[in-house]
Design a protein around this ligand. Sequence first.
Ligand code: ZN
Length: 542
Amino acid sequence: MRPAHYSRCWLATLLLAYGLFAAAAAPAEELLTVAEKTDYQATSRHAEVMAFCQALGKQSPLVRQISMGKSNEGRDLPLLILSDPPIATPEEARRSGKIVVMAFANIHAGEVEGKEAMQMLARELTLPQGHPLLKKLVILINPILNADGNEKIDPKHRAHQGGPTGGVGLRENAQGLDLNRDFVKLRSPEIRALVDCFNRWDPWLIVDCHSTNGTFHRFLITYDGPRHPSTDPAIHKLSQTELLDEIRRRFEAQSPYKGFFYGFFTQDRTSWYGYPPQPRYGIQYVALRNRLGILSEAYTYADFKDRVAATKAFVLSNFQYVVDQDAFLRRLLPAADQRSANLGMEADRSHDLVLRYKVVPLPGRYDVLGYVEEVKDGKRVPTSQTKDYPVTYLGGTEPTLTVKRPWVYVIPPEQVAVIATLQRHGVELHELTEPKEVEAEITLVNQLRQAERPFQNVRLLTTQQTTKRTAAVNLPSGSVIVPMKQRLGTLAGVLLEAESEDGFLTWNLFGESVKEGADYPVVRILQPMEWSTRPLPPLNQD
Ligand SMILES: [Zn+2]
């Protein structure tokens, strides 16, 4: 059905033809989000998001909708593909030569503004006609990643936030997992589906939409970018210099809001810090894949309507940045891929894998726009009086433990969970087709610490003390080989190293085979050699 406001009046038709009518046009009823229909008192259910996506697909020829996969409880995880001309598959996207970008929302289903904002953004980019960005980009949008958590809507959840009064969903998925801690171990079908989407579509910039917890400030959006010290050096440098500033400038120019780095005050209010840049977090994981991961955090105490508007403007600013920097990014990211594919033993030590690090301030001082605070009932609360706090931003890292890249890692064939998880990450693997005696570097785990309590259903492990030795090893036929010289080599190294701060050992993927006084199952081979191998057949995805 065509909306009533599509007047027959020739003037309106003319304006529409020139796209000048777009801002004034109110969308048809089925193309209003639940937030808009309820004056921001409620957020959409999964079925309502699906109906919206379908209605949008009917109205605009520039929209394709597919399913990324299914949630634990069998709900479709919708993926909108926006492009002018339209595109339906990753192969078509590659043939078009356009850069693919992505935004996903509701990974924490209590943080719902991104879900509403992404539906609206998809509508505004495609109706009444294609936005100029769609000529340059293929835009992927998943508005509802934690589809099951979303359906547990309850007004008691996140009651401190500025609406919606009708309630929001749960942070965790149906397995009780925090999906934004699942990017190393890939235990949830939702993150498996998302990573599969990364592997298929290869988006160059990915925005992950959240809302904040805690700190009081006057920024509607706080953001973060690649910070893991093993991130490709050019991407890391961009992230620590102009990337986030450039996006912020666009966001502030097109909205009444302000933006800043995501984080919290230290107790003494002199520093600002977010979280350790570990690959368990989506955007840090994306960076270890040589792509730009951007975190969007809407200010939780702001009105729901402002949070939605700010998230929409921020995501759009990211996409605009990619178009404005098209030529630069077409040099930067392929060069990062080239570097990963060529780094090996001959590379200088500046390309060592960083396994552990400490957090350090970035140069310069920043002002956090906050409030005068007072203590009430033992809690710090803001007054209505504004105050700017000069701070250092602890957004940098300094390596404390590094390791030289091996030529390959070798994994025993019985480590099926480790091998399958690497395959899900999209890491290229081979298998030995003959038994082979090789000289390898072996890591003895002298001391292992296990967390007292489970986190995400796992009692996390950390190696406290290890000893490395070089010895002859008999590798059985079927041993799985992970070449470092590949696009995802850095990621594979961070996942596989025994001393990695956030790798497979951390999440106990090796089970009983990792213990104190025993050799770590994965060995490192430092020098290239001749052997008979073949590509490992793809994982039988369930
Ligand atoms: Zn969140």
